[in-house]
Design a protein around this ligand. Structure first.
Ligand SMILES: [Zn+2]
Length: 235
């Protein structure tokens, strides 16, 4: 049975060879990165621009802690753009595994009750066909109760990344509500999002959860802009 499975996998990999999550090229042996964490997802050329982040998040925030493994640049940015705007979900396993490692490292000893993701509006979901933060969250293995519909977003906040930090905060403050029938009183919540820019989305979700009685809210985002880029014009 084991041999049969490996033969099937071999055949599938010939029929559907995996592609680089950033440039889309086929990952043949000669194009695979030597970096074992990146090799399954990126070609050797794109892997060179993947930057792991240990940068701190500045400013005052509502959440109790954060885990953000990557910088939003190079191949990570390309992969995220393909995920958000080109219906290419091939980077999801990479972002999920990067987040899972970071969560285990940064939140060691924290016992989460509920694991959720930042929601999108109904129209946003209809337009894209999926919520990329949920796709990423669904593949993260955490010892907690999964509830990806814990929060809902009813107000369309438009394109956030063209706004200044202050405008973004005002625009998003009342966008998220707790879904009917949910009770988060006294609970420790872990919230997943895709990109951390100023933290206003995570703050708005965390504020809703805290006002609903959650005792702690931690956030985990796949990638962040470098501090220096956050303070320049967004591209
Ligand atoms: Zn590539």
């Amino acid at each position: 049975m084991k041999n049969f499975k490996s033969e099937t996998e071999k055949l599938l990999s010939i029929l559907y060879p995996s592609r680089c999550a950033a440039c889309g090229c086929y990952l043949s042996t000669d194009k695979k990165s030597d970096d074992f964490l990146l090799a399954p997802y990126f070609c050797s050329s794109c892997a060179l621009s993947v930057a792991w982040s240990s940068e701190v998040v500045l400013g005052e925030h509502v959440f109790d802690g954060y885990a953000i493994p990557l910088f939003y640049e190079g191949a990570v940015k390309e992969a995220m753009i393909r995920l958000k705007f080109k219906s290419d979900v091939s980077s999801v396993p990479f972002f999920s595994s990067a987040l899972e490692r970071e969560i285990r490292c940064k939140f060691y000893g924290v016992k989460f009750d509920t694991f959720t993701c930042v929601p999108v509006t109904r129209s946003g979901l209809a337009e894209r066909g999926y919520n990329q933060s949920r796709l990423i969250a669904e593949k993260v293995r955490i010892d907690a109760e999964y509830d990806f519909n814990l929060l809902r977003k009813d107000k369309n906040t438009g394109v956030q990344h063209v706004l200044s930090a202050e405008e973004r905060k005002r625009n998003i403050e009342s966008a998220y509500t707790l879904s009917p029938g949910r009770d988060v009183r006294g609970k420790t919540i872990l919230l997943i999002d895709d990109i951390f820019t100023t933290g206003s989305t995570c703050d708005a979700c965390a504020r809703t959860l805290r006002l609903s009685g959650a005792s702690s809210v931690y956030v985990a985002c796949a990638a962040k802009r470098r501090w220096i880029d956050e303070n320049l014009i967004f591209d």
